[in-house]
Write a protein that binds this ligand. Structure first.
Ligand SMILES: C[S@@+](CC[C@H](N)C(=O)[O-])C[C@H]1O[C@@H](n2cnc3c(N)ncnc32)[C@H](O)[C@@H]1O
Length: 707
């Protein structure tokens, strides 16, 4: 019995040595654990002495101090017996026999006995559940809430354990075996850490490590400052992620062996850092928040998995930026399920000060085009296929970030056409910060349509939605001589079907005195949200989803295409009637302002051959999450304007973006044949493919809603 015990003690010594934990640190804890567990070594040894290591970390300073005292004197609880060495004796003996570090033992042990989280994920996989992860970090304390996810501690710990070296040993990147243990507990391999530390994360990725090897990045900062006693103050931070999507941020604040006289309240530390940054950096505005930064880190982790073309590419597609790749599809779940699943995760359990990171296993994500915009947009827009085995041809079109006139359309942009009183020549900086709204707000009732956060104001949005969804008779303009009808063969002047008169947003422009970051310039700054083109699972072909949560009223993108006259569109559609067309957009919001519109002024946008990401946004009857709003930028006459998409409500990350094309499914004379709608909306206007009149359907939808 006693021999076995001695053997166990020696093994524990060896394991602790490997982790760089000094004998005087672990001895008292080991004794305490043996007492606690009634000498059950199995519990202590589990997961490469995880319990012991955790207990060492968790032991508070006071207790440790006391126990340290015990460790240096003769232990009354553990008197030396014949053939029964005390822990102290054995440790001393072990110290003489063993070299200080045996890094590989840690790895081997971890490989064999995989940590709890890996086991759980495997189980999840077997049951067809996407491994999920979430961590919630609240100031002061943090514990995982997700019952399926493994237990994770998000800690802000004092690193006194390591500072047992009295602050003499320099702390270098990845030099500490304890770091390695922490990393391996989080699924990080020593090799990965070393490569990532030495060469950077990207190099590690390009090294082509095994697909399931985790990505880790860690770093250490040693400040030049010294504590009151002259001990160098050093701190380390460690980022570790596991293949199942857990991310751990570990901050270790080291003041050598000094004990903190006053334990700072984490909230105050956060506030202190925020104000420090506001003072230090001009660009850090009053809204800077460390919580937001960490939340952003979590969300970006999720996004980088979903969008491997982000700034930190996923290991799965190490060279995704070079070639379109079609990866074998191993995922067992259809994207619809996954979207739901991820949405559920994203919306679950997040309180204002907690961060939730969750993502799905990227096993089935197939990156086909890293950036459809070919770097013409400020953000990359990837095209992925996460359905197994679907054969959808890649879209054949040229990406253009701004509209281009095809041939005959009259789009006359000239500074002289903008009257001085129609712009804010005298403004400086940001028009939104001025107490009196400038001339550019005149068209929107003397108030800007945007909030300082760049969102469409609630009231303006509400009116636009109402006008679209429940238009009154006086919201329509009926042409005496409709340019649309003029293009048709059996032209009858009075056949106009009506054009919805819309509310315009007017943005400041070149003739204005404000700068580009003026809050009244949103659409002209282009796409800033993280979008992705993906293959829909319900037969609509490609669609667009957001990779980040979008608040209500957020600008998503503009509908960009070739600017055609309606005559040109008609001719084009006649010639290529078999082509799959993106639905053309009429620029008819202001047709009522002129009694007879000339053909070259009656314009539309066709994104079939030239377009931007909006050409992939699918239609949804009635309850779409986007609304199109006309935006005047450079053209005061409203023949030509920008059609911008804004969110009608909060949109979750990974949710498909849709807008109501306002199709009249019953109009069989429309230049573009209506498709059979698969929007699955409760109020789908294309019921059983028969197609009801838009007006009838609107009525039906209203009745549906009322009952
Ligand atoms: C603007 S494009 C959208 C992108 C398109 N899904 C693609 O794969 O290129 C419009 C076309 O998408 C398809 N589409 C859009 N919404 C749809 C819906 N609700 N039901 C069925 N097909 C739809 C139709 O083929 C339509 O002509």
């Amino acid at each position: 019995m006693s021999r076995q015990r001695n053997l166990e003690i020696l093994k524990a010594c060896s394991a602790m040595k490997d982790l760089g934990i000094k004998s005087e640190t672990f001895k008292p804890v080991l004794k305490r654990l043996l007492n606690l567990y009634d000498n059950n070594w199995e519990l202590i040894k589990e997961d490469n002495y995880r319990t012991l290591v955790d207990a060492i970390f968790e032991t508070d300073e006071e207790k440790e101090k006391d126990e340290n005292k015990l460790a240096v004197c003769n232990d009354p609880l553990d008197p030396p017996l014949k053939n029964h060495h005390s822990i102290d004796q054995l440790v001393v003996e072990h110290d003489r026999l063993e070299p200080p570090f045996k890094k590989h033992h840690v790895m081997e042990a971890e490989d064999k006995a995989s940590p709890t989280m890996d086991r759980m994920d495997m189980q999840g996989m077997r049951h067809g559940v996407i491994p999920q992860s979430s961590f919630s970090l609240q100031s002061g304390a943090s514990i995982i809430q997700n019952p399926r996810a493994p237990k994770i501690e998000a800690s802000s710990s004092s690193a006194c354990d390591r500072s047992r070296n009295n602050g003499k040993d320099p702390i270098t990147i990845s030099s500490s075996p304890m770091d390695q243990h922490m990393a391996t507990r989080w699924g990080a391999s020593t090799e990965a850490r070393q490569v990532s530390n030495v060469k950077g994360v990207d190099d590690f990725i390009d090294n082509g490590h095994a697909e399931n090897s985790p990505v880790t990045a860690s770093g250490t900062r040693v400040t030049t400052a010294a504590s009151d006693s002259g001990t160098p103050i050093s701190s380390t931070y460690e980022l570790a992620s596991s293949a199942c999507g857990l991310v751990k941020v570990d901050l270790k604040c080291n003041r050598g062996c000094e004990q903190l006289k006053v334990e700072p309240i984490l909230d105050s530390v956060i506030t202190f850092v925020e104000s420090k940054y506001r003072h230090l950096y001009d660009n850090v505005g009053p809204k800077f928040s460390l919580h937001e930064c960490l939340k952003e880190l979590c969300q970006s982790y999720v996004q980088c998995v979903a969008d491997p073309t982000g700034h930190f590419p996923s290991r799965r597609h190490p060279r995704a930026h070079l070639n379109p790749i079609r990866q074998p599809n191993n995922g067992s779940l259809r994207s619809g399920h996954k979207e739901q699943h991820v949405k559920k995760l994203m919306s679950s359990g997040s309180v204002s000060s907690s961060f939730v990171a969750s993502h799905q296993q990227p096993a089935s994500l197939s990156l086909l085009i890293p950036d459809i915009s070919k770097e013409t947009e400020a953000v990359r827009i990837s095209l992925v296929d996460d359905l197994s085995g679907e054969k959808e041809p890649l879209p054949n079109f040229a990406y253009i970030p701004r509209n281009l006139v095809y041939q005959s359309a009259y789009v006359h942009v000239a500074l002289a056409r903008i009257a001085d009183e129609d712009c804010c020549y005298g403004c400086r900086g940001d028009c939104l910060s001025s107490t009196v709204p400038c001339a550019c707000a005149r068209d929107t009732g003397g108030e800007f349509a945007y909030t300082p956060d760049g969102l469409v104001k609630e009231e303006f949005l509400r009116k636009c939605i109402l006008m679209n969804e429940e238009p009154q008779k006086d919201h329509y303009y009926f042409c005496q001589d409709c340019p649309l009808e003029r293009a048709k063969k059996n032209y009858r002047p009075k056949n106009c079907k009506g054009h919805l008169i819309r509310r315009f947003i007017k943005e400041c422009w070149r003739k204005c005195g404000c700068n580009m970051s003026c809050g009244n310039r949103v659409v002209q700054r282009g796409i800033s949200r993280k979008l992705q083109v993906f293959l829909t699972s319900d037969g609509k072909g490609w669609g667009v989803r957001t990779l980040e949560e979008l608040p209500k009223g957020a600008f998503v993108c503009e509908y960009v295409g070739e600017v055609l006259t309606n005559l040109e569109l008609f001719e084009r559609n006649k010639q290529n009637s078999k082509d799959r067309h993106t639905y053309p957009v009429l620029l008819d919001a202001d047709w009522g302002s002129e009694s007879v519109l000339k053909d070259e002024d009656a314009l539309c946008l066709d994104a079939t051959h030239f377009g931007n990401v909006a050409r992939f946004i699918n239609h949804r009857c009635c309850d779409a999450n986007l609304i199109e709003i006309p935006v005047e930028v450079e053209n005061p006459d409203h023949h030509y304007y920008h059609l911008a998409f804004f969110t009608k409500k909060k949109v979750d990350a990974f949710e498909e973006l849709t807008w109501d094309y306002q199709i009249d499914f019953a109009d069989h004379n429309h230049p573009v044949k209506a498709f059979k709608c698969c929007c699955r909306s409760k109020s789908c206007r294309d019921r059983k493919g028969k197609g009801l009149k838009l007006s009838e359907e609107r009525e039906a939808a209203t009745l549906d809603f009322l009952h």
